[in-house]
Every structure is written in C-alpha cells, then in structure tokens.
Design a protein around this ligand. Structure first.
Ligand code: GTP
Ligand code: MG
Length: 472
C-alpha cells in the first residue's frame, strides 16, 4: 500500500519501474516505502501443501528406503519427490526473504489465493481479484497479466522473477555480472514490445517499412547480440586465466550451495582472506571469484566462490549465469555447503543437486563432491545424518582442521597427486627443482652423506619429469 504519492511506472519497460541498476535499490526513491503482500498456506495438516504434510511425506520416503538415494541425490525418484514438495510454505518463506533483501521493502501481509492456469487469459477469479489490493508479489506472471493487474490495481506488481532480477541488479558488481543481468532481462523487455489489444504499435513508420514494434524488436535483438559478444570476450579472458592457473597446477576447489548458506564465510575462514565480504543477504555473491588457501601439507589450492542457488529460478536467468558456473565444471573438487539451521535444508540440498546435475558436470566431479554442514554453532551437539559430511561453523572457525584434512585427501585423489619422500643429492639441482615444481613439506638433511630426504606433494606428471631429469 503506497504511502505518499506513488510514481506508478508507465511500464513500457518493467525494469525501469524497478529503478536504475547500480545506484539505489529503492525503485521509487525514498518518498514511498513499498509494501508487499503474498501468499501463505492455510497451514492445516490436511492441506497437501502444508509443511506438516510434506515433512510427513519426506519421512515416509525415508522409511521406504529412499534415504540412500536421497543422500546421493542421483536417485531421481527422491529428487522428483523433493522438488514436488517445493510447495507454498517454502516458497512463501523464501519470497519473504527475497523481499527483506531489498532496502526499504517490507511485508505487510501474506495470503494464499487459488489461481487459474497462468496460460489462460485469467489468473484470478473475479472475487479473488477484488480481494487482492495493494502491491503483490506473485510467483510468476506472464507480462500481459502483470500489466492487466497493474492497470486494475493502480500499483506496480512484481513476480518472483522481477524481484530476483532486481536483487541481482543491485548486487552485480563486475562487468560480467552486469552483462549477465542485462541479458536475463531481455525477454522481459521483448515481451512488452508487442502490439496491444487495439493493435497500437503495429502501424508502419512512414518510409521505413517497419512498424514501431518491429523497430523495437530489432533494437532488442541488436542489444542481445552486443551483450552476448561482450560476454564471450570476457569468457575467453576467463578461460585464458583458467588455463594459466592449470599450467601452474594449482588444484581448484569450487564452493557451491544454496544462497546464504555461508559459502563466502567459509572461504574467508579457510583462506584468511580479509578482502572476502560475507553478507546476510540473498545473492550477495554474483561473480565467481578465486581465493588462494593452503592445505595442511602446505599445498596451495584455489577456492572458487560461486553464485548461490535458488529453487525454480527462471530459465533465462539460469542461462545467462550458467557461463559463470563453467568454472565449477573445470574445478578439481566441489564442496557443497549447507545451512543446517535452515528449516528447509533438505529441500535446498535437493534443489542444489538438481541444478548441479543440470550443469552436466563430469561424473567423477559429482561423485567426489564433499558435503559440508555449516552454521553448526547454532545447533548444540549437532551431528550430521550423512556419515560422509563434515560439520563446521565457518563463522566461529569450528571443524576447520578436519575439513582441511578431508579436502587434502580428496584433492590428492582427484588430481592424481601423491605424497612422496625422495632422496636427493644436496649438491645437484634436485632440491631447487622440487621447490619449484612440487610442494615441499619437509627436508631431512643427512650431512654426512651429502643427501636429504625430501617429502613432497607432487603430481604424476611432475614426478615423471623429475625421474626423467634426475634418473635414480
Ligand atoms: N551463525 C553462523 N552464521 C553463519 C555461519 N556461516 C555464515 N553465517 C552467516 O550467514 C550469512 C550468509 O553468509 P555468506 O557467507 O554471505 O553466505 P553465501 O552462501 O556466500 O551467500 P550468497 O553469496 O548470498 O549466496 C552471513 O550473515 C554470515 O555471517 C556460521 O557458521 N554460523
Ligand atoms: Mg557469497
């Protein structure tokens, strides 16, 4: 419900209604605090969408022996089940969290209303439409319906996509992230560039042979080509950097997880990198960034911080950000961070795993994925149900030594590295070669023999070279 005088957007371009990208996150300036209402389930246990109902179903699935499949999450049965359970309750809680992420937005009421099919002409019955007044956050709306609702209510209407898009726009910092957001909002702009019911926009502009709408569509196509080209250039640059990294043979650990689960906090804790900025916001991280850290054997690794997952992200958004996630496909190991304090942590896990599967990652990478249970400081006496998972508190630094040890094991296995103790002559170039090409853990000098026992972490290829250069 607007306070003061709202500037109703003229809504040619719905993104214009959301305000300019990087300056402020308040779409209407400070004169108006938008308030939002959206649905909540009735909450009776008999309601198939209620939390009780799905928790019960989930428990039954576990009893039915689906637990193992659920853990591995390759079990399509359990995954489908989990995703089917993504019903009103969770979506409403998540929508609320999305709204709270925006400065100056608050939630005044939640409401669940029956909807007609979104493909049909009507979404709400007449009674429902009259009942709903004020700004509303709706799950997902075709542009035509959104405009109709704005017309009949006289206030801006947002669906989940436009809100997520706006959060992305506020949080995009690098050129790449901004381009990806711009690409993601093109379908929205293009759906507004259509002739209206009265056929306005379809008449030809004199002498041009094109109608207004055709001109608009052409300009949008050109814009899309431009963005894609710019993204491609950035992508090539990133691939080059990736190749250089691989040449230096630093193992890469990709840190993935649902948004706000603590990925950035964990990387900060593992690397001690002060430049890393975790924030209590959804989608705080929109770029893949690399951070160097050291494992117990003094092996240097690179941690990749990635964009968080969210269930049921619109396809265009996933598509434009999937390039960013290419880095995950090229990593040596994936850590899946989970917020175990989240009431819907199981569903979040299912959603993340299903997104990862959608990225068509190499099977060994998926199989070796390490699950990390985070925020355990908030759950006294926490012990993970999954035997392979490592429990930590990234914020309090709990469980990190065990995590690092597990990471080291996994990285050694994944990259074919090994820990070897080699006897070298102190007089030759062997020791300095090892320092350059491998990670030296310990040097045990035996002065009377003029030799040293050197413990190194070394890749197979480097060891091959060593043997060639310095035959035993
Ligand atoms: N209590 C507690 N809070 C934590 C822990 N780890 C992270 N947090 C908090 O969770 C919030 C989100 O942390 P981030 O590290 O930004 O989460 P993220 O996964 O990087 O989030 P996105 O980049 O938005 O996807 C912050 O407020 C953190 O302080 C933890 O171990 N314990
Ligand atoms: Mg982050």
């Amino acid at each position: 419900t607007p306070q003061g005088s709202p500037r109703t957007p003229t809504a040619r371009d719905p993104s214009a209604a959301l305000g300019s990208p990087r300056r402020v996150c308040d779409p209407w300036g400070s004169t108006w605090t938008p308030k939002v209402r959206f649905g909540t389930p009735p909450g009776q246990p008999s309601d198939p969408h209620s939390r009780e109902a799905w928790q019960e179903t989930w428990a039954r699935a576990g009893q039915a022996g689906l637990d193992g499949a659920r853990d591995r999450a390759h079990g399509d049965v359990s995954l489908t089940l989990a995703l089917c359970l993504l019903k009103a309750e969770w979506q409403v809680a998540e929508a609320e969290a999305l709204v709270h992420t925006l400065d100056g937005w608050s939630v005044v009421e939640r409401m669940v209303v029956p909807t007609k099919t979104p493909d049909g002409k009507l979404i709400f019955g007449k009674g429902t439409l009259e009942h709903l007044t004020g700004g509303s956050l709706l799950p997902s709306l075709p542009e035509r319906n959104r405009k109709e609702l704005e017309g009949s209510w006289g206030v801006p209407v947002f669906d989940r996509f436009t809100v997520v898009l706006h959060i992305f726009r506020c949080n995009a910092r690098t050129k790449e992230a901004r381009l990806q957001v711009a690409l993601a909002e093109l379908p929205l702009l293009s759906s507004t560039a259509r002739p209206d019911a009265q056929g306005r926009g379809s008449r030809y502009i004199m002498g041009s042979g094109e109608s207004f709408v055709q001109v608009q569509q052409r300009l949008l196509k050109e814009k899309e080509m431009k963005i894609r080209k710019a993204l491609e250039r950035l992508r090539q640059k990133r691939q080059l950097l990736g190749r250089q990294r691989r040449r230096q043979e630093f193992p890469v650990i990709a840190v993935v997880g649902y948004t706000n689960c603590g990925k950035t906090t964990l990387i900060k804790a593992l690397t001690g990198d002060d430049a890393v900025q975790p924030r209590d916001r959804l989608f705080a991280t929109l770029d893949v960034t690399a951070h160097a850290g050291w494992l117990p054997s003094r092996m240097a690794v690179i941690y990749m911080d990635t964009i968080g997952f969210l269930s049921q992200l619109p396809h265009s958004l996933i598509e434009s950000f999937s390039a960013t996630l290419e880095d995950v496909a090229h990593s040596d190991l994936i850590i899946h961070v989970r917020d175990v304090t989240h009431p819907e942590t199981e569903l979040q896990k299912a959603s993340v795993l299903s997104s990862l599967h959608g990225l068509r990652l190499p099977t060994p990478l998926l199989d070796s994925m390490l699950e990390v249970h985070n925020k355990t400081d908030l759950v006294p006496g926490y012990s993970p149900a999954e035997p392979q998972a490592v429990a930590v508190s990234a914020l309090r630094g709990l469980g990190l030594p065990e995590l690092k040890a597990r990471l080291e094991d996994a990285v050694l296995r994944a990259t074919g590295r090994q820990v070897l103790t080699l006897r070298v002559r102190l007089a030759g170039a062997q020791l300095s070669w090892l320092h350059q090409e491998a990670t030296v853990q310990a040097v045990d000098v035996i002065p009377e023999a003029g030799v040293a026992d050197v413990t190194v972490v070394i890749s197979k290829s480097a060891y091959g070279k060593f043997r060639k250069l310095f035959p035993a």
